[in-house]
Design a protein around this ligand. Structure first.
Ligand code: DHB
Ligand code: FE
Length: 278
C-alpha cells in the first residue's frame, strides 16, 4: 500500500522563479525566504518521497473565466510548464502517474466530489515553484498528481469543503495498491492581495494563527466563510485553501518538521511548512 509521509506547503510568488533563475538566493532580500527551505530539503533527503500530490490553483492557464471547474485532477503522463507571462524560464515537463491519478479520481467521485478529469494539463508557477523550492537540483525526483482548486472565479469552494477534499484524497492515496511514498503539497497563500485599494494587504497575526491551527486544530479555519477569509487574508490570500486541503490529506495527528514565515516577498506573506504524521 502507498504511504503518506507528510505534507508540505509553500507560497508560490512568481518572483521566486526569477530569483532562482538569477541565482539570487543569498541576496539580502531573498536569503530569509530561501534559507527556510534548507531543513525541509534535508528532511526530504531522509524520507525520500516517490510521488507528490499537489494542491494548487490555476492562474488562467488551463481554465479561464469562461470555464472554471471547482476541482480538477490531472491524469496526464506528463505536465508541460507554460507560464502566464511572469517571465520565469520555462522548465522541462514533469512526470505524471496516471494510474494513481485515476485511482484518486475514482475515489473522489465515489465520495461525491464531482471533479473535472484532465488528461492534459499545463502547469504554471503554482506547480513548478514548489517543486523547484523543495528539489532545486537536477531533474525533479517525484512523479506528480496535480489537483486544482478554484480560487479565481466566484463561487469558491468553502474551507470546510477543501479540508474534506483533502481527507478524501488522503484516503485514496492510502488505499492505492502501489508501494510509493507520497508527499502532499499545498501551493499558495499566505495573506496577499495583488490589486485594488487593499493591494499589499498582509495579515501576519491571522497567518501565524492559521499555521498553528494546521498542527493543533485543522478545523479552525472552517469556521470562516470565503468572504470572511478574503477579508482576513486578501483576494489572493484565499489560496490558503491549498494548505487546508493538504492538512486534510495527511492522516491523524501531525508534528511540525519545520516552518518559516517571511514578509513580504513581492506583495505576499511567504509561508512554508512541513508536517509529518505521528
Ligand atoms: C504574486 C503572488 C501569487 O500567488 C501569484 O499567483 C502571483 C503573484 C505576488 O505576490 O507577486
Ligand atoms: Fe497565486
Amino acid at each position: 500500500m502507498a504511504k503518506i509521509i507528510g505534507g508540505l506547503t509553500t507560497s508560490h510568488v512568481p518572483a521566486i522563479g526569477g530569483a532562482i533563475a538569477r541565482g539570487s538566493q543569498q541576496d539580502a532580500y531573498w536569503k530569509p525566504f530561501f534559507d527556510g527551505f534548507l531543513p525541509v530539503r534535508a528532511w526530504l533527503d531522509e524520507v525520500k518521497p516517490d510521488v507528490a500530490v499537489l494542491f494548487h490553483n490555476d492562474h488562467g492557464l488551463n481554465f479561464f473565466l469562461d470555464k472554471m471547474p471547482t476541482f480538477a485532477v490531472g491524469a496526464a503522463p506528463e505536465y508541460s510548464n507554460a507560464d502566464e507571462g511572469w517571465g520565469i524560464p520555462t522548465l522541462p515537463p514533469f512526470q505524471g502517474i496516471p494510474e494513481l491519478s485515476w485511482h484518486i479520481i475514482e475515489h473522489l467521485v465515489d465520495k461525491e466530489f464531482d471533479v473535472t478529469t484532465c488528461q492534459e494539463m499545463l502547469i504554471d508557477h503554482a506547480v513548478t515553484l514548489p517543486l523547484k523550492l523543495f528539489w532545486p537540483e537536477g531533474t525533479c525526483p517525484v512523479q506528480i498528481v496535480p489537483v486544482c482548486i478554484n480560487t479565481v472565479q466566484f463561487p469558491l469552494p468553502s474551507a470546510k469543503r477543501c479540508l474534506a477534499l483533502g481527507k478524501a484524497v488522503g484516503e485514496a492515496i492510502s488505499s492505492w495498491q502501489g508501494a510509493q511514498r507520497v508527499i502532499v503539497i499545498g501551493s499558495g497563500g499566505l495573506s496577499h492581495q495583488l490589486d485594488g485599494t487593499r493591494a499589499g494587504f498582509i495579515n501576519k497575526p491571522f497567518d501565524l494563527k492559521f499555521m498553528d491551527s494546521l498542527v493543533s486544530e485543522p478545523e479552525w479555519a472552517t469556521q470562516f466563510t470565503i468572504p470572511e477569509l478574503v477579508e482576513k487574508t486578501g483576494t489572493q490570500g484565499i489560496e490558503l485553501l491549498m494548505w487546508l486541503a493538504t492538512r486534510g490529506a495527511v492522516p491523524g495527528r501531525v508534528r511540525k518538521v519545520h516552518a518559516n514565515y517571511h514578509i513580504p516577498i513581492s506583495n505576499t506573506a511567504a509561508g512554508m511548512m512541513a508536517l509529518e504524521p505521528i
